[in-house]
Write a protein that binds this ligand. Structure first.
Ligand code: 5RP
Length: 296
């Protein structure tokens, strides 16, 4: 492996313990101002010191993240669709490698939609991105986005993760499922998990613990951190599992203790099923069955 690639990967997956806590805040690239990420600067600022790297779009990076703060950036470079559009799998690469270098990205991230309508396009996008990024020693993280008709099981995730690795992805991000060892063991590159939709904190910590136990190197977690009533307490509890080898009880105790010490000013919550709906209520959103729930 080239020195630069190895060096950048070491900023994301800590070589001391082969673990990683990534904070995912890229959701706006197709969801717009989703709940608790309406003002990215406010959401990101208190959490920055507790993540090993930040997964973000270039727009939010440039406008909402302090360039003086030395956090490694995993730059989302795919997009082109929205939650109210025809098909979320119809993604392209939207950011050049030159611009990624300009913002000093430590890795590039994009989604593949295995089994989706635009499966081929997204897998070819991945291959092409790896071709280009490797010229500059930049690793690529592939996100295995999930179609709504797909069974979220080890068979599907093994397929999707393996395809990503075969195309040359250096890290694969996927979702936790039963028999997760199968997914990890059949993927020759490090696997990291997304948190998925907001669930109670204890359950999110359980998911983190189980994923690590099954061989994941860490988390790239978003909503289960910043949609918590106590985001800092939650990211610290997640860290305790990933880097401190805490078990679920220890991590949840820590969460509860920290939550009591500094509770967040909670905002009124929307109903769970409406959490990711765009703010405007155009007719189109109502009349059309969107694929909102399907990818993340
Ligand atoms: C969207 C993504 C998100 O970064 C990913 O879903 C992680 O965030 P969360 O923990 O909220 O699921 O890649 O495609």
């Amino acid at each position: 492996m080239d020195w630069g690639l190895k060096n950048r990967l070491a900023l994301i997956i800590k070589p001391a313990n082969n673990r990683a806590v990534m904070l995912a805040v890229d959701h706006g690239y197709f969801l717009g101002p989703t709940e608790q990420l309406e003002n990215p600067k406010q959401t990101i600022r208190p959490l920055l010191q507790y993540c090993d790297s930040l997964m973000v779009t270039r727009g939010v990076l440039r406008t909402s993240v302090d360039a003086n703060y030395p956090v490694p950036v995993v730059l989302r470079v795919s997009g082109g669709t929205s939650i109210i559009g025809e098909d979320l799998s119809n993604e392209e690469i939207t950011v050049s490698v030159q611009d990624a270098i300009r913002v000093n990205a430590s890795a590039l991230a994009m989604s593949i939609f295995v089994g989706g309508k635009y499966e081929k396009q997204t897998i070819v996008n991945l291959g092409n991105l790896v071709n280009e990024a490797e010229q500059y020693g930049i690793p690529v993280l592939a996100v295995t986005a999930v179609g709504k008709d797909m069974v979220r099981d080890a068979r599907y995730f093994s397929l999707a993760c393996r395809i990503a690795a075969e195309q040359g992805a250096h890290i694969v991000k996927t979702y936790y499922c039963n028999d997760f060892e199968k997914v990890v063991n059949s993927c020759p590159v490090p696997v990291i998990i997304a948190g998925g939709k907001k669930i109670p904190e204890r359950e999110a910590l359980e998911l983190t613990y189980n994923a690590i136990k099954a061989g994941a190197v860490g988390v790239d977690m978003g909503r289960n951190i910043w949609q918590s009533n106590s985001p800092v307490a939650m990211i610290k509890a997640v860290r305790a599992i990933v880097h401190g080898n805490a078990d679920v009880n220890q991590a949840y105790d820590l969460f509860q203790k920290l939550e009591k010490e500094s509770p967040k000013q909670s905002k009124p919550k929307s109903k769970p099923q409406e959490q990711n709906k765009p703010q405007n209520k155009q007719k189109k959103t109502k009349s059309k069955k969107t694929t909102k729930e399907k990818v993340i």
